[in-house]
Design a protein around this ligand. Structure first.
Ligand code: C2E
Ligand code: CA
Ligand code: CA
Length: 724
């Protein structure tokens, strides 16, 4: 019963005073207002009181406040209703017949914990013992009768708020628990005031510690960090703690189970007090070893990891001096050609297949295969003591690579160049070993029949010589050391000289004649080729004017153009200058560009060739058969002449295969409307065979070696038919 207790020390204006008359009638039209804010959200409240009047009054007012109301008139009924109606809150009188409030409360608490279901008891006195009794039995709160409207609503709302807060906390705890279980990251939380650190079991496992209860305190965890990374980690941490960086993020190496280390990304954020002083910092630890040490395309260890493995072997070797090992530096020959002419997807697939093939060569041995970058691979094999053993491995690799690769239905033949080094007292450092293996590989590519080479000291001198060439070449034009030699190109129908190919010569004051094969690639790589190439163009065109004075035929001049020169933005201007400077007709000049050059950026090349054609200059495709031409592009290119590479001509007599290749190249050229030059003709047999295939032009030592300008007069007069 709600009583307007005269003893109440609460102000009567706030008490719920209900007119008795209205109770047995319909709800009054003018409801007493309920002070305080309305409920944030409705809840289901079970009101338990033996007094019908109290029940109805409470129900009435709580409904107005937005709640849904259930009622029960004793404990028994309340328990039944609770089971079937699942209220969100119980408001219950203490003194009731049948089963009193405290007994009911105890039974309810057996079914629902205090964080599940708030139960507010209504007491008729404020006696300490009774209030304490309520709380002992599990009450969430109590209200003394007579009940005040404001405190009724406020207390109920307070309970609901508390429930919602508890619910949110439970959810966020669950979410955190799920997240930290689900994540592969380790979690850490460092109290900077006390030094206590929470480390999740995952964090502990990640750094190779087997005891999941391992604890760290203060900066003791730093001892786990790889010594070389420690200072950097500390300075990154300090930068964040003193507010210089918005968050803490650092990469570091930590130990793993096997005694090696793994790369980790450690991230964190500091919590600061009102003065901005950091009190706590928490964050995550992510294992980034894969991305850090594995090559994304082939999934092989990358250069960093490879160096690390070589380093470990070097250390072992230094300790015991007996366990030797070999390093192989492998480079795919002409990979750029494949990549540029067939596209990057084919190039990528090719690298994946090469890495699988290399891997298959190493299954039995204790070896590390790595992609060092681009088309370069490294292999480390422990337990190899002699260079002879290492060379056998290299030969086995070369043999396996020889079998054709099949990519997108196309067959690709590949070769690799292999440099081999076996560790010794002389080269016992990672950098030295890698440099030597690289030098040996380069040497193998240039000079060895099977592209395999073991490092020798002299190779270092040769690469020094290459550097010297590069620096001396800069002065060669100025010092007048360059000249042109001319090799006749013979028209097979008339057997007269149709033109000459200009070939550059370098007479070095100390080293004598240096072959263009040795210095053109260097000039190409350091950019000197543009200046040298322009000089050749001008010189060759000038020479053609001399022939014009001596011969009544138009003598062609063929000039070799390299990639960097041809694709330079002002190449056309240079051609124009050379033509204008000499006064020869554009039709007299032929440019020779290699097949591989044309196929690198075929669309751009088509445009350039068209512009040259509109100037009247024709272009020949040089070294045909050595690259990977796409017929559809060849067809679109305004070319006039195709030069069969001399490697095919050289083997014409012995090799049926080469005969077939030459036959089909000539057939292809005829279909595309191109004239064919066969270069490198050294024997009459070769000439006769080519004559039979109706090859248009001949060039080679059989007729003449490249000669000095002054000797070309005689060649112009020659009738070559007698040579055959
Ligand atoms: P290339 O364009 O394929 O020139 C033909 C090469 O084959 C010349 O070598 C020539 O002397 C040689 N040769 C001609 N007939 C025969 C023969 O019957 N048997 C043999 N074994 N060889 C023959 P060279 O003069 O040493 O030139 C080598 C390469 O250097 C040229 O190959 C060309 O790629 C490049 N080169 C020469 N001069 C220039 C130039 O002015 N500019 C550019 N960019 N490259 C040049
Ligand atoms: Ca040429
Ligand atoms: Ca050639």
């Amino acid at each position: 019963m709600i009583r307007n207790s005269p003893q109440s020390n609460l102000p009567s204006s706030e008490q719920l005073v209900f007119p008795a008359v209205s109770l047995e009638r319909d709800a009054p039209k003018q409801m007493p207002t309920v002070s305080g804010s309305p409920a944030v959200s409705a809840g289901k409240i079970l009101v338990v009181d033996d007094e019908m009047v109290t029940r109805k009054l409470l129900a009435h007012h709580l409904e107005i406040a937005g709640y849904e109301i259930l009622t029960a008139e004793n404990g028994q009924e309340a328990l039944t209703s609770m089971n079937s109606n699942k209220p969100d809150l119980v408001l219950m009188d203490i003194s009731m017949p049948v089963m009193d409030g405290l007994s009911t409360l105890r039974m309810m608490r057996q079914m629902h914990g205090s964080t599940d279901l708030p139960i507010i008891m209504m007491t008729s006195s404020l006696e300490e013992a009774q209030v304490v009794g309520c709380f002992d039995a599990g009450a969430s709160d109590y209200l003394a009768k007579p009940i005040q409207q404001a405190s009724l609503i406020a207390r109920i709302e307070a309970q609901f708020k508390l429930m919602r807060a508890l619910e949110a906390l439970r959810e966020s705890e669950q979410r955190y628990a799920l997240a930290s279980q689900g994540t592969r990251d380790g979690i850490w939380d460092w109290n900077l005031d006390t030094g206590e650190i929470y480390l999740s079991p995952r964090w502990i496992a990640m750094v190779g510690i087997e005891d999941p209860n391992w604890v760290a305190h203060g900066t003791s965890w730093l001892e786990l960090v790889f010594h070389e990374d420690r200072d950097r980690v500390l300075s990154d941490l300090e930068a964040h703690l003193c507010g210089e960086s918005s968050h803490f993020e650092t990469e570091l190496r930590m130990p793993d189970h096997s005694g090696g280390f793994r790369w980790m990304l450690c991230r964190g954020l500091a919590v600061r007090d009102g003065d901005g002083v950091p009190t706590r910092i928490a964050g995550s630890l992510t294992d980034i070893t894969e991305g850090k040490v594995a090559d994304a395309l082939t999934r092989l260890p990358n250069r960093t990891l490879f160096h690390d493995r070589v380093e470990r072997c070097v250390e072992q070797y230094k300790r015991n001096g007996t366990r030797r090992f070999a390093v192989f530096y492998i480079d795919v020959n002409d990979f750029k050609l494949i990549n540029d002419s067939m596209g990057h997807d084919v190039g990528d697939e090719f690298l994946i297949q090469i890495s699988a093939r290399l891997d298959s060569c190493l299954r039995q041995s204790e070896a590390v295969l790595s992609r060092l970058g681009g088309d370069e691979f490294g292999i480390l094999i422990e337990g190899i003591n002699k260079i002879g053993e290492a060379m056998k491995v290299a030969e086995r690799i070369q043999e396996r690579i020889k079998a054709p690769f099949s990519i997108n239905g196309r067959e690709i033949l590949a070769r690799v160049s292999i440099g081999v080094v076996v560790v010794s007292q002389k080269n016992a450092s990672v950098d030295e070993i890698m440099r030597q293996a690289d030098t040996a590989m380069y040497h193998g590519k240039q000079f060895s029949e099977n592209c395999i080479s073991a490092f020798e000291d002299r190779m270092q001198q040769e690469s020094a010589a290459r550097l010297e060439i590069a620096s001396e070449l800069k002065d060669a034009i100025r010092r007048d050391e360059l000249s042109l030699a001319y090799q006749p190109i013979i028209d097979s129908s008339t057997m007269q000289t149709a033109g000459f190919e200009a070939l550059i010569r370098w007479h070095h004051p100390v080293h004598g004649n240096i072959s263009p094969n040795d210095f053109i690639p260097i000039a190409e790589s350091n950019g000197m080729i543009v200046e040298i190439g322009n000089w050749v163009l001008q010189q060759a065109c000038k020479q053609a004017t001399i022939w014009n004075q001596k011969s009544d035929r138009e003598i062609q001049i063929s000039v070799n153009v390299s990639m960097r020169q041809f694709s330079g933005s002002d190449f056309l201007e240079h051609v124009q200058t050379a033509l204008a400077g000499s006064g020869i007709a554009a039709s007299q000049l032929k440019l020779e560009v290699t097949e591989s050059l044309l196929m690198q950026k075929p669309d751009e090349m088509i445009e350039l060739l068209e512009r040259l054609e509109s100037m009247g200059v024709t272009t020949s495709i040089d070294d045909f058969g050595t690259g990977y031409s796409s017929l559809s592009y060849l067809h679109q290119m305004p070319l006039k002449v195709l030069k069969i590479d001399r490697s095919f001509v050289a083997n014409l007599s012995e090799s049926k295969k080469h005969q077939a290749i030459v036959r089909s190249i000539i057939g292809l050229a005829q279909n595309l409307g191109l004239k064919v030059i066969a270069e490198g003709i050294e024997t009459s047999a070769q000439a006769a065979y080519l004559q039979g295939l109706q090859c248009d032009y001949f060039q080679g030592f059989l007729y003449s070696k490249p000669v000095e300008a002054k000797d070309t007069d005689e060649i112009l007069e020659k009738d070559w038919s007698r040579i055959q």
